[in-house]
Design a protein around this ligand. Structure first.
Ligand code: RUB
Length: 316
């Protein structure tokens, strides 16, 4: 069936797919806000037509990127609160739910920041990978507590999200050293912590985050440097409770080599997985807004928050 989508839904979906909107928490907020726009802008002549158009918008947003579970979790949060007997009432329930969702996201990140900051001591050096707003919240909270923190920032090929991390840490008053990814093990000698974010956390405590996180974690363990993941509970992947695996996105080869280089090299395979899984035994702690957990016990929190799975609210 053909449901009209507000232009903002298509634009947001495109921006998520092209990574203009990126990072699990930012994707969740962007998708929720697109649902609010859909609710405000779409004329529907019946409550059922309104509901159907909201489900269609959610499916379009859902299909953009597969790995960050914060995206379907955000859509689920909003659609499960869609309620009312008139189009106006339904519309109001959606916009209220989005407002509540975004406020909760911000609050969770702030609370998580304070929990994570407790693991950082005055004078510590932290190594980062990719760009995670949850991870940055921990460093920023530590700085606000008056601790002096320095950072070693991995550039994070192929998309160089480390540049965003470097800029934001500099703005927070943190002295930054940018390194290429391959230099990580050498610079672990100078790091007191490794701090990363997550796109999804599996029920077994596996951390799904930017490609390269698992290698960094193994190296950190070998060097005796503790590694933590900062991940608000919207990153917990409910379907892994029943044995589903998390889909790892693969992206286009032109992120890795440009067309001219490709032509010079000739017929070779290029692969570009965007994420990897760090096994729980290589992660020291998962920091959430509910406190910090050893990865192996995250399943308890997951059961508490998500319980048993239910049908997806965007199904046709
Ligand atoms: C981003 C990434 C981030 C997590 C967490 O990948 O792996 O570490 O999404 O970010 P990409 P946040 O750049 O491919 O989206 O803490 O901001 O949710």
């Amino acid at each position: 069936t053909d449901h009209r989508l507000a232009p903002d839904v298509e634009e947001t979906a495109e921006a998520i797919a092209s990574m203009e909107i990126r990072g699990a928490a930012t994707i969740a907020a962007g998708a929720a806000e697109a649902l609010a726009t859909q609710a405000r802008e779409i004329d529907a002549d019946s409550p059922e037509a309104f509901r159907a158009s909201m489900r269609a918008a959610a499916r379009t947003l859902r299909e953009t990127r597969p790995t960050a579970v914060s995206l379907p979790n955000a859509l689920r949060y909003v659609l499960r609160r869609m309620d009312g007997r008139s189009v106006d009432a339904l519309r109001g329930s959606v916009t209220d739910a989005v407002e509540e969702f975004v406020a909760q996201l911000d609050r969770a990140q702030e609370d998580l920041g304070r929990v994570g900051a407790n693991r950082l001591a005055d004078g510590d050096t932290v190594m980062t990978h990719c760009h995670s707003t949850d991870a940055l919240a921990c460093i920023e909270a530590a700085v606000e507590q008056g601790k002096e923190i320095e950072a070693i920032v991995k550039e994070t090929r192929p998309r160089n999200q480390g540049h965003i991390t470097a800029e934001q840490l500099r703005e927070a008053g943190v002295p930054v050293t940018l390194i290429v990814d391959s230099a990580a093990r050498r610079y672990l000698n100078e790091a007191d912590h490794v701090l990363v974010g997550a796109d999804s956390i599996a029920a077994d405590g596996g951390v799904i985050n930017k490609i390269g996180t698992s290698g960094l974690a193994v190296n950190a363990r070998e060097r005796g440097v503790p590694i933590m993941t900062a991940a608000q509970t919207i990153k917990l992947h409910p379907e892994t409770l029943t044995g589903h695996t998390v889909e790892i996105e693969t992206r286009a080869e032109d992120e890795v080599i440009d067309r001219k280089t490709r032509e010079g090299i000739g017929e070779i395979a290029v692969e570009n997985p965007a994420f990897d899984v760090t096994p729980p035994r290589y992660m020291d702690a998962i920091v959430t807004e509910h406190g910090q957990f050893p990865p192996e016990s995250i399943v308890t929190l997951m059961r508490e928050l998500f319980g048993e799975g239910a049908a997806e609210p965007w199904a046709e």
